[in-house]
Design a protein around this ligand. Sequence first.
Ligand SMILES: [Zn+2]
Length: 281
Amino acid sequence: MLIDTHCHVSFPAYAGDADGVLARAREAGVEKMITVGTRLETSRGAVASAEAHEGVWAVVGLYPGHIHAQEFADPYETETVHPAETLDVDAYRALLAHPKTVGLGESGLDYSRVPDGLPFERMRADQQDVLRALLALASETNKPMVIHCRGGEGRASAHDDLIALLREEIGRGGLAKRGVIHCFTGSAEEAAAYRALGFFVGIGGIVTFGKSVMEAVKDIPLEQIVLETDAPYLTPAPHRGKRNEPAFVGLVAEAVARIKRVPLEEVERVTTANAQRLFGL
Ligand SMILES: [Zn+2]
C-alpha cells in the first residue's frame, strides 16, 4: 500500500473528476491520501473532501504566498490575482477539530516571489509572524505541521529562518508531533538538520527528473522520507506536462528505490509506516 501524503485533489483542477481520480489511485495501490488546503476556502474544501471520501484525509493551513496579494498565473486556476488573507486562527482551530483533519499546513516561508511594491523585509517579517502563530496552533492542537519552504537566495535563507522558528517553538515544549518539510528540494545537509529536529522530508515527482533532489535522496535515510505527489503540480516522469494525480505516487516510490538501490517493497513499507506514524492514519 502507498500513501500520497500531499496532494490537492480538492482543488478545482479535479472538478467533476474526483471519483475518477480516487478510483485510479486505488487501482495503483494508493489507498490513502492527504488533500491539503492553502487558504481558508481551500482548507474548508479539503475537509469537505475528506468527509465525503473514504481514504482521504485533510490538512488545513495558510500558504505563505497568500498572506499578501499577489498576481501570478497558475495553470490550474482561472484567477491570476490572488487576494491577501489575514490569518483567522479561530477558523483554522475549528477545522483542526474535525476528526479527519490530520495536520496543519501547507504553511511556512516562501521568499521566492516578492509581490510588486512590497519590501522584501516586510514580506519576510509578515510571513514569520503568521508562521509563529500557526506553529503555536499546531502545538495547541497537537497536530503535525506540513511545511512549505522555498527561496531567499542572496537575501535571506528561508530554510535558515524556518529552522530558527522551529527551534524556538520546540524549545518552548511545542510541536510534539513535529511534521514534514513538504516538496523537499534542499541538500542532504539540510535534510539532516531537519532530521535532528525530528522532521520528515516529503519527496515528490521532482525526484524523477531533478538531478539535485536525486543526489540528496541518496543520503537521506528511508526512515526520514514520506512520499507525495503535490498533484495537480510537479508531475513525475514520464507524464511531465500532464496534470498530476495521486495514482502517480508509485513513480516517486520507484525513483527512490532506484536511487537508493533498495527493493521497491522496502520503500513502500518504510515510507507508508512513516506516513501512518506521522499523521496517525
Ligand atoms: Zn502543495
